[in-house]
Design a protein around this ligand. Structure first.
Ligand SMILES: C[S@@+](CC[C@H](N)C(=O)[O-])C[C@H]1O[C@@H](n2cnc3c(N)ncnc32)[C@H](O)[C@@H]1O
Length: 453
């Protein structure tokens, strides 16, 4: 087979997180964007390598019964916020579950017969579920834009009018308000290639329980023109906003960094409730983004660790105390470790707020703090690392601490599977596992797993 050849075939698989359909032909694995499992289609080969190829969709000959019209008009413009909106939600769940189990078997070398697999739990709301969104400003042909980047095009931007990942009535008003503010003030949007421009990003954080919104506006400048007038107008347009924070971010990195932070009005934090625990969360602290499923995630974690009030628990990557505080009423002591100093402050505040006296939060990177911990028997270790998973040295140190049980919460099944192999080598066996769809319309989901020594 060669470049530009037109072939026909059936989509037999779906690769995640790339969200590409797979056709196999003559020993070649062909990846195609925009096709669904089970569809027969005609494609043009764009690139042909020794054992894989990239194809471009020419025509769908037999569409999948699960193909649907995307709800959001920006999906077809290539907005990178969602990748699965053209697939019926039940089918999204089936595709993700298949991918999760196959990753576990092949990358994690897990025999599914030997594990208690509880299932893949769908989200109650496949749209408007996020409590946090970060939109980017941009500048094209002298016009200020505000939206999200297309997939794999960090320099580009889709100017959004709506976004159904978060409560759309809030998003629409916020996007419109800040786009208008920037245009009225003649501010430029940040260009990630030239690394210039003033307005960089708009952060929205929402509490489902208390209906509070905190907004962060990131710029490369230290001041904002007309900020007092802007605050007054914002309070009228978005009365649910409880605080507006100005963030200075001059870093060339694409992530939102809080180099400097000024509260222009109101609070730089909000409150959220998960089960019996109330959390104060600063605008720069992590919190699970799906408020609908977070209670189920924490409840599953609690069920799996099965504490009986006598255990010492180490909660690594503890954020604002999310999981650790939720477990504290069934443990003897919980020790959290977290690198973000504001999240550590939040966690300490949250312990007091909830009258929890057996929780401490240590500040620092897990790799640095673990070797310094005093010799103490630890019964259970909880890890909830970022997407990169566990550092090899962290796995070694956990094995040295030698807890009876290890609870692993992960937002990346690939690194989770890799770490499962490392943990196995250290004598930890995967016993129970469940997946929760915290991120509908996207290829991602959350894993909760129990390992036993
Ligand atoms: C996925 S969040 C988990 C937070 C918490 N378990 C929860 O449920 O809200 C990961 C957290 O790890 C923190 N983090 C990332 N790398 C770290 C490291 N090397 N050491 C300590 N904390 C880290 C981040 O700041 C973030 O708060």
């Amino acid at each position: 087979m060669r470049k530009d050849e037109i072939i026909e075939g059936e989509v037999v698989d779906f690769a995640l997180p790339e969200s590409q359909g797979i056709i196999r032909k003559d020993g070649l694995v062909i990846f195609i964007t925009g096709v669904l499992p089970g569809e027969r289609c005609r494609i043009r080969l764009q690139k042909v390598k020794r054992n894989y190829a990239l194809g471009e969709l020419v025509e769908i000959l037999e569409p999948s019964p699960f193909r649907q019209s995307p709800r959001c008009p920006h999906f077809c413009e290539g907005c990178g916020g969602c990748r699965l909106q053209n697939i019926d939600y039940r089918e999204q769940v089936r595709i993700k579950e298949k991918n999760a189990l196959s990753t576990l078997e092949h990358l994690g070398r897990v025999s599914l017969d030997a594990v208690f697999y509880e299932g893949f739990f769908p989200a109650p709301n496949p749209f408007e579920y996020r409590n946090k969104m970060e939109f980017n400003f941009g500048y094209k042909d002298g016009k200020l834009l505000l939206g999200l980047r297309p997939l794999n095009r960090y320099w580009d931007l889709v100017d959004l009018k709506v976004c159904y990942l978060m409560e759309n009535s809030l998003v629409t008003r916020a996007l419109d308000f800040f786009r208008r503010y920037g245009r009225d003030m003649n501010l430029t949007g940040y260009d990630p290639v030239r690394k210039d421009g003033v307005l960089r990003s708009l952060l929205l954080r929402l509490s489902r329980e208390y209906k509070e919104v905190v907004v962060g506006l990131a710029t490369t400048s230290d001041s904002l023109p007309g900020e007092q007038e802007m605050v007054c107008a914002l309070r009228e347009t978005l009365p649910e906003v409880q605080g507006l924070v100005h963030i200075t971010n001059t870093s060339p990195a694409s992530a939102l960094l809080f180099e400097k932070k000024r509260t222009l009005w109101g609070r730089d934090y909000f409150f959220e409730k998960v089960g019996h625990v109330t959390y104060k969360i600063s605008v720069e602290s992590f919190f699970q983004v799906n408020s609908d499923l977070c209670p189920a995630l924490y409840a599953k974690a609690k069920e799996y660790v099965d504490l009986s009030r006598g255990e010492v628990v180490l909660d690594l990557y503890s954020g604002s105390g999310g999981i650790g505080l939720f477990l504290a009423d069934s443990a003897k002591q919980v020790i959290g470790v977290e690198e973000n100093p504001r999240a550590v402050e939040d966690a300490r505040f949250n312990a007091e707020l909830n009258g929890i006296v057996n929780f401490v939060s240590l500040s620092g990177r897990v790799e640095k703090v673990l070797p310094l911990l005093p010799q103490q028997k630890v019964d259970v270790v909880v890890v909830d690392p970022p997407r990169a998973g566990l550092d090899r040295k962290v796995v070694q140190k956990i094995a040295w601490i030698s807890p009876e049980r290890l609870l692993y919460v992960s937002c990346n099944v690939g690194t989770f599977a890799r770490d499962t192999v490392l943990l196995n080598e250290k004598g930890y066996t995967l016993k129970k596992i469940a997946f929760l769809d915290l991120f509908p319309q996207t290829p991602y989901f959350e894993t909760v797993a129990l390992f036993q020594k």
